[in-house]
Write a protein that binds this ligand. Structure first.
Ligand code: FNR
Length: 183
């Protein structure tokens, strides 16, 4: 099963990027995860959407060919980052490559709430007509106090968190199989 991942943080030591890389390694026997370079997308511009820069076309093609999407979101001022929203805006237009794609959401933050507000908004955005993703219901992966749950190498070390994420990945694989009837 081919999954593409979008990470909403572009900083070098991003916990959300480390988390995504951890998932990529841990579940190689279940899913193949490719991280999309959404940090390289230019600002969305409606004047360019029918003839966008090459990077936009390349990433959209990868989404089209994928079985599902993993989104790892930080929380910026109670919402998703501008970078992630920018990417979703590109993907929502013209060929609308996320329509009916299964999506799993995770998020990590240093605070106690673990990106709850960002994820609530992200679910709403993914439900917009131009995006129309099949977001996995429930299975809310809010990882707060991430600095205490990850080692220097970026591996999750908190057993309850790992067990929960294991179960969510299984649910997502199942969801992705079941939602194939819609495509
Ligand atoms: C934050 N941070 C943050 N945390 C949170 O729990 N709620 C919030 O609303 C915000 N707002 C916010 C705004 C901005 C502009 C920054 C830079 C940071 C802290 C944020 O969760 C923390 O920096 C994470 O480590 C960001 O994720 P990455 O970059 O580690 O993946």
């Amino acid at each position: 099963m081919k999954i593409v991942a979008m990470v909403g943080s572009n900083r070098q030591d991003s916990y959300n990027m480390k988390l995504t890389r951890f998932l990529q390694k841990r579940y190689t026997n279940k899913v193949e995860i490719e991280i999309l370079p959404i940090d390289q997308l230019p600002f969305y511009n409606q004047d360019e959407e029918f003839n966008p820069p090459t990077i936009v076309k390349e990433i959209k093609d990868k989404i089209l060919l994928s079985d599902g999407i993993l989104i790892a979101t930080p929380e910026y001022n109670g919402s998703i980052s501008g970078m992630l929203k920018n990417a979703l805006d590109w993907f929502s237009r013209v060929d609308q490559v996320m329509v009916k794609k299964p999506v799993m959401i995770v998020g990590a933050s240093m605070g106690a709430m673990g990106t709850i507000r960002a994820q609530m908004q992200l679910r709403q955005i993914l439900n917009a007509p131009g995006i129309g993703a099949l977001t996995l219901p429930g299975n809310e992966v809010f990882i707060g106090s991430i600095q205490n749950k990850m080692d220097e190498q970026g591996n999750l070390t908190d057993e309850p968190t790992i067990e929960f994420v294991d179960s969510v990945i299984d649910n997502f694989v199942d969801w992705t199989e079941k939602t194939k009837v819609f495509s």
